[in-house]
Design a protein around this ligand. Sequence first.
Ligand code: COA
Length: 211
Amino acid sequence: MALYKIISYNTDTQIFVWKITETERELRESIVLQEKHQIRLNGMLSEQHRKGFLSVRKLLQQAGYEDKDLTYDENGKPHLSDGKNISITHSYEFSAIIVSTRNVGIDLEMKREKIVRIANKFIGSECDYLDKNNQYIEQLGVIWGAKEALYKMCNSRSLSFKQDIHIHDFTQNKDKGTALVDCKGLDFSKKFTFHFENFENYTLVYALEDE
Ligand SMILES: CC(C)(COP(=O)(O)OP(=O)(O)OC[C@H]1O[C@@H](n2cnc3c(N)ncnc32)[C@H](O)[C@@H]1OP(=O)(O)O)[C@@H](O)C(=O)NCCC(=O)NCCS
């Protein structure tokens, strides 16, 4: 069993992180999947993807749920049967979930220099404070992770990372920031708080909609 860490944000919100050290068979042996999820798993071509999917079920167990408690809507957003909110992420050796009574989102990314090459695709208002000479890759990683987490919370396919999701200057803080999702076309405007931390070669970002 490779539960890596639990972050108890408060009594209503917990984050569970798994480090995938098991073989696929070991993961499969301890999990019962609903038929539709078994079919989905069988269709995954990559072992890494299958292990990510299975390890999320291990995290569900840690949070007191089973695979049968999880459904997905037509956009692929996961939902829990008891009405609590869940968000899921997996990246190479790690997976993570956040479970909360509030609207939440989570993202895990491996740190890679490649992010500099694609920055112009997802950076918009953040140009005002980003400094290319000061931890640029790390800061881009946090912005990307925060935008993915927020995208998962808003459940609208038409949101633009560049134009609609704004990560406010967090560079003076070590572990948190605020953000605004403002989509004029959809008449949609919401504020969020996000938290980030680094472990091994990964950046974890989780976000909560402001109350
Ligand atoms: C759906 C998306 C958010 C997934 O993020 P990702 O970094 O590729 O992958 P992650 O491992 O972090 O997240 C995958 C999980 O997100 C969840 N998810 C998928 N679609 C979702 C949605 N519409 N809303 C909320 N959660 C969603 C699922 O639980 C999925 O895991 P599972 O199917 O195994 O349970 C991403 O692929 C996406 O579409 N992003 C928005 C578009 C975009 O990337 N624009 C870039 C502009 S530069």
